[in-house]
Design a protein around this ligand. Sequence first.
Ligand code: GRF
Length: 199
Amino acid sequence: MKRLGFLASGRGSNMLAIIRACESGRLPASPVLVISNNPDARALQLGSEHGLEALHMSRRTHGDAAALDQAMTAAMQSHQVDLVILAGYMKKIGPQLLSAYAHRILNIHPSLLPRHGGRGMYGLHVHEAVIAAGETETGVTVHLVNAEYDSGDILAQRTVSVAADDDAESLAARVLEVEHRLYTEVLGKILSGEITLPE
Ligand code: GRF
């Protein structure tokens, strides 16, 4: 079974959806590790509750960016992680982790990239921008991670309609449900070989 390592900064609901899919046997993978830059992240607590090793790693614990990158890479490797799953991780990925896990790091974003991605486009900002632009359709993107925010190869997208009376909160809630389903489905397709990652 492939082993999953998560990077998460906050609430961890996407991570939890994936863990539950593994626990129920819907996803043939083992979640083994979660690393957060935020010691108070609910994702760390959830990870511990579900038997994952949960580590706080940040510039506070490791000093400079290179030392942190090295330690995060070592942690993923020592837990024999096969796929790194970003689930609400708010930091850029260091060059060492990117190269150790080339084409094996995934992210989910709550819009139809390339629309509404990039620096500063996270959380409600994304949904506010969709509503401000008067768009009638938004969605979810699962993509590979590279050195820039939200710009790696797209693996899957799913659309969500914007209702006339949506505000950012109502839209975020509807998009999040789709995120949970799509992330799990894409992982399932990677594990079954239906989606092939570049070598
Ligand atoms: C999600 O909307 C995800 O698309 C984005 O950050 C949010 C994380 O939410 N990258 P959660 O921590 O998974 O609940």
